[in-house]
Ligand binder design. Structure first.
Ligand code: SF4
Length: 327
């Protein structure tokens, strides 16, 4: 999906020389594994402290796990069956894909006793097509015992830990009802990096009250912390969530496509060139989505980002390279 500059540079990061304007996950996988690899979402039925009453019962304002993850929309099945099904779906479009990263996506996938976590991770790794794990979690569910387990897993296979951050600004985290502050993320990252873990962050652009500079400050902070990958989302509302109610009441305005594209392009410019972009925008099934309407056409939205990168003749890390990061 990445655009090709008219004149790819002869020097610079490999992804630029290959003609990309940002460092896409597929390019990283191809180089790391020497073959195409796909992420397959799986659901091990982990809960979330923001829903089970530990921190709250309502969850984050935007969250509906079934809307956000394809694996939670299907009845719980053994992990091997989920992986097989996921690969079958992918092969309808990409018959060449026969290796997978098992992606523990819905819920908080480090929120269980270490013995159970170990058993579940090993179950996924036992699938012959699985070449690594991606584990999605919250920053406050990464205790030292869990990090020790993840470090042990990472010594034997590829492992990416994806931490839901969304924003470095505590007022935004409070508005989202995340139940943790930015300091929890910084603490988890420092302890994770001390164990050599590959850590990624999920970020939302377009949060109410966040200015352009606020969003770019999040990008700059991720660079300072040495975050290895970023998954970008636009703020979008799915049915039966507090966010959907706030949008319907006119209390929250969602970015239009042009606004999101401008934010995403500048965000990419502020990231470092070594940060892998797991995803540029999120999507939800049509029957769940309340808005913005442009989310219904993901290819068009991705093309709009590509086109804007090309129109500006810019690329990931450019602000940092030219010394204007943080401006
Ligand atoms: S932490 Fe994740 S799973 Fe839990 S309520 Fe928030 S978005 Fe949903």
């Amino acid at each position: 999906m990445a655009s090709t500059p008219s004149h790819p540079p002869e020097a610079g990061p490999a992804w630029r020389i290959a003609g990309f304007r940002y460092y896409p996950l597929r390019f990283y996988y191809n180089r790391h594994f020497g073959r195409p690899v796909w992420k397959v979402s799986i659901d091990a039925s982990f809960g979330c402290p923001n829903r089970d009453g530990t921190l709250g019962t309502l969850g984050c304002v935007f969250c509906d796990p079934a809307a956000f993850s394809p694996s939670r929309r299907f009845a719980a099945e053994p992990l091997a069956r989920q992986i097989d099904r996921g690969l079958e779906r992918i092969r309808r479009r990409r018959p060449d894909i026969n290796r997978a990263i098992a992606y523990f996506q819905p819920g908080t996938n480090t929120y269980a006793p270490v013995a159970r976590l170990r058993a579940v991770y090993e179950e996924a790794l036992a699938h012959p097509a699985v070449v690594g794990l991606a584990v999605g979690t919250r920053p406050d569910c990464l205790g030292d015992d869990v990090l020790d387990l993840l470090a042990d897993v990472s010594r034997r296979t590829w492992l990416g830990v994806e931490i839901g951050l969304q924003s470095i600004h505590d007022r935004s985290l409070a508005w989202m009802r995340r139940g943790h502050g930015y300091n929890a993320f910084v603490d988890a990252v420092r302890r994770g990096h001390a164990r050599g873990l590959r850590l990624g962050a999920h970020v939302i652009l377009g949060l109410p009250g966040e200015t352009r500079d606020d969003m770019l400050a999040t990008a700059d902070a991720l660079v300072e912390l040495g975050i290895a990958s970023v998954k970008l989302h636009q703020l979008y509302a799915v049915r039966d969530t507090p966010l959907a109610q706030a949008v319907a009441a006119g209390e929250v305005r969602l970015l239009d496509l042009d606004e999101f594209v401008a934010c995403a392009v500048e965000f990419l410019e502020h990231l470092g060139p070594d940060c892998v972009i797991d995803r540029l925008l999120g999507d939800a099934p049509a029957e769940y989505l309340i808005g913005p309407d442009w989310c219904r056409d993901k290819p068009r939205a991705l093309a709009a980002i590509e086109n804007e990168l090309a129109r500006r003749d810019t690329w990931q890390g450019r602000s940092r390279a030219t010394g204007s990061a943080g401006a």
